[in-house]
Design a protein around this ligand. Structure first.
Ligand SMILES: Cc1cc2nc3c(=O)[nH]c(=O)nc-3n(C[C@H](O)[C@H](O)[C@H](O)COP(=O)(O)O)c2cc1C
Length: 173
């Protein structure tokens, strides 16, 4: 093992609580070690795709499952110049993805194949003038409040209209 790798492992061991998975520490750490791969002033046409899916097993319900998804997403999305936000609630997942057509489609191919969720339904997919999600991957920390704000009891009834309202509310927050 290289000295750098060993040092990194030691840092994770020192900062991660033994009895749990602190997502903030994990994501901050990944942020630190991953170079920002973003050009200034984008020349490509941007798209935003929003989908809903049903989670499988503990996906989205356990801290570990969320940390695993966020960990991979932050690294990959930085690399691919994707910005995104995800929300888990009561067996449902809602994710918005922004980037070039090619990058969004490439990511969606991987996400569709992922067995941690199923019955994926694209709610909206359109060109956008600018990004609404500022980060490579953000987790909505109060999904119940977000759903209440748009007048939904759960995500089973989510439509393109609701998805757009959520994006607006996130942007305004
Ligand atoms: C709900 C959900 C959201 C995901 N979001 C992303 C994402 O934004 N970016 C990403 O790279 N992978 C995401 N993934 C993981 C991908 O499905 C896939 O496992 C991953 O991209 C593979 O990355 P790797 O080739 O680096 O192992 C998500 C998975 C789930 C279940």
């Amino acid at each position: 093992m290289g000295r750098d790798k060993a040092r990194r492992r030691k840092t994770i061991a020192n900062t991660t609580p033994r009895n749990g998975h602190n997502i903030t520490i994990v994501t901050r750490y990944i942020d630190k070690i991953t170079p920002l791969h973003r050009s200034t002033g984008e020349s490509v046409v941007l798209h935003r795709l929003i989908y809903a899916s049903e989670t499988v097993g503990l996906t989205g319900a356990s801290t570990l499952s969320v940390a695993q998804i966020l960990g991979a997403a932050i690294v990959n999305n930085r690399r691919d110049n994707i910005t995104s936000a995800v929300m888990f609630h009561d067996g449902w997942c809602l994710q918005g993805i922004e980037g070039s057509r090619q990058d969004v489609d490439r990511l969606m191919r991987r996400i569709r194949e992922d067995r941690r969720h199923r019955n994926l339904r694209v709610l909206s997919d359109k060109p956008i003038a600018s990004r609404s999600f500022p980060e490579p991957m953000a987790l909505c920390d109060d999904p119940a409040a977000m759903l209440r704000a748009i007048g939904l009891a759960n995500m089973a009834e989510v439509t393109a209209y609701h998805a757009d309202r959520i994006v607006e509310l996130k942007q305004a927050a």
